[in-house]
Design a protein around this ligand. Sequence first.
Ligand code: NAD
Length: 282
Amino acid sequence: MAQADRVAVVGAGTMGNGIAHVFAQYGYDVVLIDIAKDRLTAALETIARNLERQVKKGVVTPEVRAAALERIRTATETDAAAGAGLVIEAVPEDPLLKADVIRALDVAVDGGILASNTSSISITQLARLTRRPDRFIGMHFMNPVPVMKLVEVIRGLQTSDETAAAVMEIARRLDKTPVEVKDSPGFVSNRVLMPMIKEAIVCRMEGVAGPEEIESVMKLGMNQPIGPLALADLIGLDTCLAILEVLHRELGEDKYRPCPLLRTYVAAGWLGRKTGRGFYPY
Ligand code: NAD
């Protein structure tokens, strides 16, 4: 039976660890699932470090930190999601991989809502892979999850009113601000953000300015808290490339076509912060 206070997060990377952190912080029992054991170990270390940072800033008490860490367990099999009232998949932005994971979760999880943290893939299309398209929804958290207020909530064609209302309420319980948008490639966030990131990479590629200058123009001139190249490194260059590919394929406009420098960096394994090298070294 699905339990409302149990959440499963599938994929323990950049987003999965942040999503698990926030649910545990707000009292949910969390199972964090990843095929790679080392990613689970790294995720628990990141969560512990980020909770410690929150304690130092006075955002959470040491007791909340300790209780949150107690509430997270890890697993390497999707079966461990059984019994969760809400399952959020946060595996890489690859439509075929997501399809496999979502089909497996649909079998493993009896009842409960399935949500995808996808940045760009159609929720309607993913929902169709399940026996519960009415209880499938997009729950798009922002990076870094413990800090960012927005959750973009995306209803597929068949998502029920009850599912949408439940997910909006859960987001509010996490002290986030849910914003509902239509199911369209890249939703609002990445449809607007990715052309800007892409154009910054093109400026870098064409030598219009150095990376520091590009960042300074956007930070000091456009009041952005982080420059577009540093933001791309934070998101992950593989993720940026995958999102641009979906936008380009689905919307058919050249402005979304990934540029060669981005492809080269991804080919080299320079994926940004998570690999220690992207537009900047880390
Ligand atoms: P990531 O590469 O950092 O992490 C993905 C994790 O999934 C890895 O730990 C990997 O081992 C695991 N994984 C791969 N296959 C798996 C499987 N079959 N079962 C279980 N785990 C598996 O990726 P990320 O940046 O966390 O992105 C995850 C999702 O969140 C993507 O859909 C992405 O578009 C979306 N997203 C990313 C950001 C961002 O800033 N990075 C922001 C919002 C949404």
